[in-house]
Every structure is written in structure tokens, then in C-alpha cells.
Design a protein around this ligand. Structure first.
Ligand code: LUZ
Ligand code: MOS
Length: 765
């Protein structure tokens, strides 16, 4: 049964035989590319000295902006210009300013380190505050409003106000940024690029080289992780490798060292948000006002789309009758911040969750209860006017209470706290509601190409990039189910611009939805053609049947007692002039948004769920441990429950690391301080508690995607926030009721300790 399929490359992975970029298509005379990075956050390049670099034996070329034959602009969209290599002004530490091409990686790196650059330093803006003061915004502030917020506050029984600073996050994909560029015979270039977007790499490489798009081929077999870090940011490195290959007429390979990757690539956007919440005495939200400010870094990249997703998730799972949401995207001299699983939604969701948590405390309502009371119900609309279809937030929280035996759990935690002075436990709960679709409407399209060969085996190409999430297994299972064949008949090909052009980035959790639908459409066409052939096959053998009665299952086509194997039918079809190749296309209907009015339908549907975490804090050291995790999640008619579970485990852990341990800091020169996993703490297997229960629900609702399934990549990231709230709750249990806790995000052990100290100080005043 396709539903039980394993990861298609599982065997290759565990035996170490799977190939990643830079492990295939290499040649003996291949060159290696090293990058000269800016060490200055903002400044003019006065001079560059590459004499001693050039003198090294094995160095072929030093390439600068002057060598770019086409347009020196790799910007995403029309709102900005981002040079491939800056001609005079550098905008961030880590910006590539020159390339060294050499025989070996060692020589290339050594030569790059010998290039010296003199800068005339200019003032660097690093913080959100400084950018706002200098009016360095990518676009005028965005707004979404509904109702009468002032009146809601005038009528409120309880008002909560606060400010939250939310940290960045490093993707730490195992495979760093890389690209192998090989020249074609006609002046074109083939790029084996670590990217989630074959299309954007193709277009950008063509633009900077002054070539037509059809001269650039992009091929991606699989990525060693991406998480959004290769949605737009693979493009820069692929563009540089393409430039090197174009310039030298040789195969050129560029692979970032880990420290360079962390130094030079964008992170999840840090946000600074202020919020005000107005509630009635029974905990109903009357009004909410929130201002989101993101640190976008030195070029616009995906900052606008990320801010938008933040705005669209500021209500989270809750109906808010009167609301005002404002968003700023700030321009600073950090590497351009970029897509990261969740894409602005976590930063938009956190303020309403902390506000509700604080309202619950103030009003003496259970934190789950206050959330349940405010969840969307059928017929209610989001602040941007779209009806929230199939709202099941409340049901999810009830399922979660049952899964975690919440009442007993609460009692146990209270007992523990009553008997321990220096250790406290806490419970954190968050629901999840995540909008599915690219908010940039036209990206919601996919296509697929299916060939059935004469022996009945199948070649499948689709627009999605395999990055470990098993999009290939899911899309293949759609084809297998549509044609009634086993999975081992199907070979999924690399993502390649020649087989699937104009593919959208594999992002926004839509990979299986849009490409799965496209593959289903391609397979349906083949099924119709094969059905006609089957009728003919049977009638030639004296069996009368009609197309409607045929069943495609178990690698055969059956009509009553008559049966033909899939392979025999395919061979019959081929010899009777039947086209066995098919292209399928799909676009998500109904996605529109009016940015001036702040109204529209940015999503096709929502994914719901809820999570609960129990953590224990050592009040003397700030150290803590997550003890238990419970998650309920609506996968509807999952294409593959095992894959969904894998995504939920992974997303939770990534979200948990984000809000409790991953601490990105930079100095006043705009340099990131932690460039290795020895100084940047992210979660490992040791941080995962033995109790980690996930329950997949199939609520069989109206709005879902291909074969009744739902997207799963990003929505469970939100569940990680439960880990932050568990720490917050534990700290609350250590201070007298009514005193405030100011816990940082991420809640590192240091932050936990400081939060305690701060509240203790407040108590003594
Ligand atoms: N990328 C994008 C995304 O271009 N638009 C989106 O809405 C989005 N959402 C999540 C992740 N990547
Ligand atoms: Mo993305 S954050 O590449 O879906």
C-alpha cells in the first residue's frame, strides 16, 4: 500500500550511497571557487590587492564585479537591487566581493585569504530601532485593520501590554551552500545547485551572464536540508559558480565552509513586536493591537513576503473582532535575512500567545481554557476578511487535553512544585493554525511530467525539490494510487528545468500539494488513454467492457473476471500508437490579496493542531529539561502518516530550539559571534524527552489538498513554542502570584536565570 512507503532514498542514505551536489558530474580538470568576503558591514571598496593571491601556483582567475557580462543584480522581485558582486559599496559582513578560481579547494581558499581589501567605512545600521529612526524601511508600513480597537480597549475589563524581542535562527542545514557549474557546448551552463528554486537560479544566472533562460539548465537531485535557507539564498552561490564557469570555460565548484556559511547567509528574521490586548472578565478577546518590526538585513530578499505571513498569522487561532496589525520591514547592514520554516508566522503568533497567557494569569483562567474560549468557530472571518474554513482549534485543544491527561498532569506538576524549592516544573500549551499557500499568489502552481516506458515502469519528474522531506515519495504515491501500480515501478527523477520548467520554489509547505495535484493530473490523462486501450485489448479477446467499469489496482487493469497486467497493457498500448507520456499542471484556485486594503484570500486552507510541553527548571543555575511533549495534529487523509510524523517531530524540535536555545548575536561591527556548533547551541537528540506523543487526526473536513491530504512541512514548527511557555510557567511558579516574569526569547539557561533575578528584584522593591 503506497501509504506505508518509506523515504525513497532511505536505503541509499543508510548505506551512504546517496549522492549530493558536488558528488556527481565532477571531472578531473574541475576548478574550485573560493569567495573573498567583505569584512566590513557598510563601506566603500577603495582598493583591492590580489597580487599575492594570483602568484600562487594553481590559481586560474580572480573575478570581480567588472567581469560580470550581464546585469549585476540578483534581487528577488522589483523592490531592490542586489549585486552578485558589489562594484563599490559593501552592505554587510560576509558579502562576496571577489572570486578566486583555482585547481584545488585548498589553493583557492588560501588565495582568497591573501586578497586584501581597503574600505572607507560608513556608518552601519544593525538594529531595528536604528533602522526605524533612520527611516530605513523596505516599504511603507503595512496595515490590516478591522472594527473599533479604541472602543474595545475602553470597554475592556482586562488590558495586557508588552513588548517582545524575538531572536533570529540559523538554518544549520547539514549540507552548506554549494553549486557545481559546468559549461555546455553552446555557451550555456548547467548548474547542479543547492537550491529550493530551480527557476530562480535559472533566471538569475541567465540575467547576470546576459544569457537567455534556455541556455541555463538547473538540476537538483536532492538537498542535504534547506529549511527555507535555500529558497532564495541558493541563488547567490549558484550565480557565482555560474560566473566562474562562464569566465574560465571550465567546470567550477563552489562549496562554503560551515563558518563562512553561517557568517555570510541570512537567518530567520528577528522581530521586535509591541502588543496590547483587551479582554472581557471571562477572558474573551475584545481587541488587539500589534506592531511587528522585522530586521530584514541588507537586501530585501523575501522580507516582504515574510512580514506578510507574520501579519496574516497575528490573530493565530483566535477570533479577534477589533484588531489593528501593523508591520515594518527594516533595512540593516546584516546579511539579508530570509525564509525559514514558518516564514514570519512564528514571529506573528508569539505576541498573541504571550498576551493570552498573561491575560489568563490576571483573570485566573486556565491557560488552555482561555485559548479554547477564543478559537475561531465556523463562519468567523480572519482580520483580512477571509472565512476561516473548517476551524477546529477548539477540538484540537480538547484532543490535546485528553492525550496528555491534562487535569492529572496539572495536579502532578503542582504537587511537584509544592514539594521542591529550587526546582520548578511548568506546562506550556499552544494551538496551531497555519495558512497554506504562497502569499505571493502566482507561485501557487506546479507541473509534472510522467513517462510510462514499454515495460510498464514509470519515470516521474515534478516541480518539487527533495530536501529530506520526502516530497518525492508523496508525489510518487499519488501517481501510484492513480494508476493502481506499486511504488517500485516509479523512479523519481531529479528536479530539472528541462523536464519541469517554471517550477515554483519548494516552499510554503506546498511541495506535495501543488506537485502532487500536477502529477495526479498527468497520471489521470494516462489512465484515460490506457482505459481506451484496455477496452480494445479486452474486445480483441472477445470480452466486452466499458471504460467506466475498469479498475486500475495491484499492477493490473481488471473488468469483472477479465484482467490484464499493467505491463502487458502498456506494451499493447505502445504497439497500438498510444502516447505514453503526459504533462500535468495545477494551480491553486482563489488566492488573491489586495495589499492596500489589507483584504483577501491568501490561503487555500489552514492546518490545525495543538501542543503541550512539560519542562523543569533549576532555579539556581537556570538549566532546564523538557520532560514531556504531547502533540495533536490534523493530517486529514495523510498521503503518508510516517512521513507526516517525521515532519512533526522535526518541526517541533526545530521550533523548540528556536525559542529555548538558539541564540544569534552579533557585535557592533555587524559580525555574527557564533559560527560553529560549539558556540551556537541547537537542539540535539539529548534535548528530546522520552515522552513524546503525537496523535494524527483525520477530521475529514471539506478543505484539504490532493487526495484529501494536508500540507505538513511548516505548521508543526509552531508547536515548539509550547517549550517556551513551559519554562515561563515554571518560572511563574517560583515567584509570588501577581509578580511579572520577563523571560527572553530564546529562553536560554542564562535568560531563565536572569528572568528569575529580575523578578526577585521586583519583589523586594
Ligand atoms: N515563500 C514564499 C514561503 O515565497 N511565500 C510564502 O508565502 C511562503 N510561506 C512559507 C514559506 N515560504
Ligand atoms: Mo520555506 S520557509 O522555504 O517554505
Amino acid at each position: 500500500m503506497p501509504k506505508k512507503t518509506r523515504h525513497l532514498s532511505g536505503k541509499l542514505h543508510v548505506t551512504g550511497r546517496s549522492l549530493f551536489i558536488g558528488e556527481e558530474h565532477i571531472s578531473a580538470d574541475m576548478c574550485h571557487v573560493a569567495v573573498v568576503f567583505s569584512t566590513c558591514a557598510h563601506g566603500r571598496i577603495i582598493s583591492m590587492d590580489a597580487v599575492s593571491a594570483k602568484a600562487l601556483s594553481g590559481v586560474h582567475a580572480i573575478i570581480t564585479a567588472a567581469d560580470i557580462p550581464g546585469e549585476n543584480n540578483i534581487a528577488h522581485g522589483n523592490n531592490d537591487n542586489q549585486p552578485l558582486l558589489p562594484a563599490d559599496t559593501v552592505m554587510y559582513v560576509g558579502q562576496p566581493i571577489a572570486l578566486v578560481v583555482a585547481d584545488s579547494r585548498q589553493v583557492a581558499l588560501e588565495a582568497a585569504s591573501r586578497v586584501t581589501v581597503n574600505y572607507e567605512e560608513m556608518p552601519a545600521i544593525l538594529s531595528i530601532d536604528a533602522a526605524v529612526k533612520a527611516n530605513q524601511l523596505y516599504v511603507p508600513p503595512r496595515k490590516i485593520q478591522r472594527g473599533d480597537v479604541a472602543r474595545a480597549f475602553a470597554e475592556a475589563d482586562c488590558i495586557i501590554e508588552g513588548e517582545v524581542k524575538i531572536g533570529a535562527q540559523e538554518h544549520f542545514y547539514l549540507e552548506t551552500q554549494r553549486c557545481l557549474a559546468t559549461p555546455d557546448e553552446d555557451g550555456g551552463i548547467t548548474l547542479y545547485a543547492a537550491t529550493q528554486s530551480t527557476t530562480e537560479v535559472q533566471a538569475v544566472a541567465a540575467r547576470v551572464l546576459g544569457l537567455a533562460n534556455h541556455k541555463i539548465t538547473v538540476d537538483v537531485k536532492r538537498l542535504g536540508g534547506a529549511f527555507g535557507g535555500k529558497e532564495s539564498q541558493g541563488t547567490l552561490w549558484a550565480g557565482l559558480a555560474a560566473l566562474a564557469a562562464h569566465y574560465t570555460h571550465k567546470s567550477c565548484y563552489l562549496e562554503l565552509r560551515r563558518i563562512d556559511d553561517i557568517m555570510a547567509t541570512g537567518k530567520r528574521h528577528p522581530f521586535e513586536n509591541t502588543y496590547r490586548l483587551a479582554c472581557s472578565a471571562d477572558g474573551r478577546i475584545l481587541g488587539y493591537e500589534v506592531i511587528l518590526k522585522s530586521n530584514g538585513g541588507a537586501y530585501i530578499d523575501l522580507s516582504l513576503a515574510i512580514l506578510e505571513r507574520g501579519l496574516y498569522h497575528s490573530d493565530h487561532a483566535y477570533f479577534i473582532p477589533n484588531i489593528s496589525i501593523t508591520g515594518y520591514a527594516c533595512k540593516t547592514n546584516l546579511p539579508p535575512n530570509t525564509a525559514f520554516r514558518g516564514f514570519g508566522a512564528p514571529q506573528g503568533i508569539f505576541p498573541i500567545e504571550i498576551a493570552l497567557q498573561q491575560a489568563a494569569e490576571k483573570l485566573g483562567i486556565d491557560p488552555i481554557e482561555i485559548r479554547k474560549r477564543n478559537c475561531y468557530i465556523t463562519g468567523q472571518t480572519a482580520p483580512y476578511g477571509m472565512e476561516v474554513c473548517d476551524p477546529v482549534g477548539r477540538e484540537m485543544l480538547e484532543e490535546l487535553e485528553a492525550l496528555a491527561s491534562y487535569k492529572q498532569l496539572r495536579n502532578k506538576v503542582d504537587e511537584y512544585n509544592a514539594s521542591h524549592q529550587y526546582h520548578k516544573q511548568g506546562i506550556g500549551v499552544v494551538p496551531g493554525k497555519f495558512g497554506i499557500s504562497f502569499t505571493t499568489g502566482f507561485l501557487n502552481q506546479g507541473s509534472a511530467l510522467v513517462w510510462i516506458y514499454t515495460d510498464g515502469t514509470i519515470s516521474l519528474s515534478h516541480g518539487g525539490v527533495e530536501m529530506g522531506q520526502s516530497v518525492n515519495a508523496k508525489v510518487a504515491s499519488v501517481v501510484a494510487r492513480t494508476l493502481g501500480v506499486s511504488m517500485d515501478r516509479i523512479r523519481v527523477e531529479s528536479a530539472n528545468t528541462k523536464r519541469v520548467g517554471n517550477a515554483s520554489p519548494t516552499a510554503a509547505s506546498t511541495g506535495s500539494d501543488i506537485n502532487g495535484y500536477a502529477a495526479e493530473n498527468a497520471a489521470k490523462k494516462l489512465k484515460r488513454r490506457l482505459s481506451r486501450m484496455a477496452v480494445r485489448y479486452f474486445s480483441e479477446r472477445g470480452i466486452a467492457c466499458v471504460e467506466e467499469d475498469l479498475v486500475f489496482a495491484d499492477d493490473a487493469v481488471v473488468s469483472g473476471d477479465a484482467r490484464v497486467s499493467f505491463a502487458d497493457l502498456v506494451n499493447f498500448a505502445y504497439t497500438h500508437y498510444c502516447d505514453l507520456g503526459s504533462h500535468g499542471y495545477y494551480f491553486t484556485p482563489g488566492i488573491t490579496f489586495n495589499r492596500e486594503k489589507g483584504r483577501g484570500t491568501p490561503f487555500y486552507y489552514f492546518v490545525f493542531g495543538a501542543a503541550l510541553a512539560v519542562s523543569q527548571v533549576d532555579l539556581l543555575t537556570g538549566e532546564y529539561e523538557c520532560k514531556k511533549i504531547y502533540i495533536v495534529h490534523d493530517s486529514s487523509q495523510s498521503l503518508n502518516p510516517d512521513i507526516d510524523l517525521g515532519q512533526i517531530y522535526g518541526a517541533f524540535v526545530q521550533g523548540y530550539g528556536y525559542c529555548t536555545m538558539e541564540d544569534i548575536s552579533f557585535n557592533d561591527k555587524g559580525q555574527y559571534l557564533a559560527l560553529t556548533p560549539s558556540t551556537y547551541k541547537f537542539p540535539t537528540i539529548c534535548d528530546i524527552p522520552p515522552t513524546f506523543k503525537i496523535k494524527l487526526l483525520d477530521l475529514l473536513r471539506e478543505h484539504a489538498s490532493v487526495l484529501g491530504s494536508k500540507a505538513v512541512g511548516e505548521p508543526p514548527f509552531i508547536y515548539g513554542l509550547a517549550g517556551w511557555f513551559a519554562l515561563y510557567d515554571a518560572l511563574k511558579r517560583s515567584v509570588p502570584q501577581g509578580s511579572a516574569i520577563d523571560l527572553a526569547f530564546p529562553a536560554t539557561p542564562e535568560a531563565v536565570l536572569m528572568a528569575k533575578v529580575q523578578s526577585a528584584k521586583k519583589e523586594t522593591v
